[in-house]
Design a protein around this ligand. Structure first.
Ligand code: CP3
Length: 319
């Protein structure tokens, strides 16, 4: 999950003099940082080192990632003129992705590489608000008040997202994950009207490419059935809904990913083991289960706890 590397001293070392978005555009950095958690923890898959705003930067938007804050957009997108700035993404805009994925696939051998992109709602929120937002008020104002503009924005972002994922798949990514991190801010009704058509479009097109598709959002307990309707093979669940309950909310034949609370890793090991065991046993109620945290690794997490957790999950899932 996001920031698995950030808890690692070796990550901090290589990132010390390199700004985040520069690191995301340098194949040597991408390869090294992607490999770090795989080397250290022996996890079953690697997640490509990048960020959801990388394709937006690649089409020329003036944005940055501020440490401790997140993505910040210099000139937020709030009207028709702003939306027109969102041109299509071409593979030539992100040559570093093709290069880094190619190298990684060679280095990883049998360990799969998961590519990813941000989903249109979450990207729209950063673009419209200009940065991270608690209430997404400007985003919702556009969504509720100007549905035509909203749909134009979502269509453009969907095209960029699909193209960014296709570049990763063409270069050898073995699975893709679509992060709609902040979509839990919406009611089911608003999600169905304003978001679902766009994410469904993305998953439908990805379906032609024959790679497993994962879809994740935070605080999506009430949206799990709709998130699943959008068409992913795997739905990620944060820590708020136990997996046996989540299994009843998703479409038939949909696997789950999750869902240990990342904050639980700050408790004593016995507690972590008990909770991880509970996640594994509830996950057996699902069509399939990829063990993971319910959200990104928190920066102060003890890396040894992550290694121990990975070993525990490997042992327990053999039985
Ligand atoms: O382990 C990895 O390196 C995975 C790569 C990854 C990053 N961002 C690197 C990153 C992934 C999958 C993401 C996705 C991402 N980025 C999401 C969706 C996933 C999720 O967790 O919800 C979102 C919402 C973002 C936007 C974003 N970028 C946030 C909220 C932050 C954290 C800001 C902070 O410092 O608290 C970032 C920065 C970011 N992206 C970092 C990393 C490793 C931290 C950069 C640093 O300061 O070292």
């Amino acid at each position: 999950m996001r920031q698995a590397g950030r808890s690692l001293p070796e990550y901090r070392r290589v990132r010390a003099d390199v700004p985040m978005l520069e690191a995301c555009a340098r194949p040597d950095m991408i390869v090294e940082i992607t490999m770090q958690p795989v080397r250290r923890h022996g996890v079953d898959a690697a997640i490509y080192f990048s960020d959801i705003v990388v394709p937006l930067k690649a089409i020329g938007l003036d944005l940055d990632i501020k440490s401790g804050v997140g993505p910040v957009v210099a000139d937020p997108v709030r009207d028709a003129d702003g939306i027109k700035r969102l041109r299509e993404l071409s593979p030539d805009d992100v040559p570093f992705v093709t290069e880094a994925v190619g190298t990684l696939v060679g280095e990883l051998g049998t360990t799969p590489l998961i590519g990813f992109a941000g989903a249109p709602f979450t990207l729209a929120s950063y673009l419209i608000e200009g940065g991270p937002s608690k209430n997404h008020e400007r985003t919702k104002a556009l969504m509720y008040g100007e549905p035509e503009l909203w749909n134009d924005l979502m269509r453009r972002l969907s095209g960029i997202t699909l193209e960014f994922l296709k570049v990763q798949i063409a270069a050898g990514a073995g699975a893709v994950q679509l992060f709609d991190s902040w979509v839990g801010a919406l009611s089911a009704e608003d999600y169905r009207t304003s978001v679902l058509p766009h994410t469904s479009w993305i998953f439908e097109r990805l379906g032609e490419l024959d790679v497993p598709r994962i879809h994740f959002g935070v605080g999506t307990g009430e949206l799990l059935s709709l998130l699943s309707e959008a068409g992913a093979d795997v739905v990620g669940v944060d820590w708020r809904v136990p997996l046996d309950k989540a299994a009843q909310r998703v479409q038939p034949a949909t696997a789950l990913q999750g869902n240990l609370d990342p904050a639980a890793l700050f408790a004593p090991w016995e507690v972590v083991a008990e909770r991880a065991g509970d996640v594994l046993s509830r996950g057996r109620a699902a069509e399939g289960h990829i063990f993971n945290l319910g959200h990104g690794v928190l920066p102060d997490t003890d890396p040894d706890m992550l290694t121990r957790l990975t070993e525990f999950v490997h042992e327990e899932s053999q039985t």
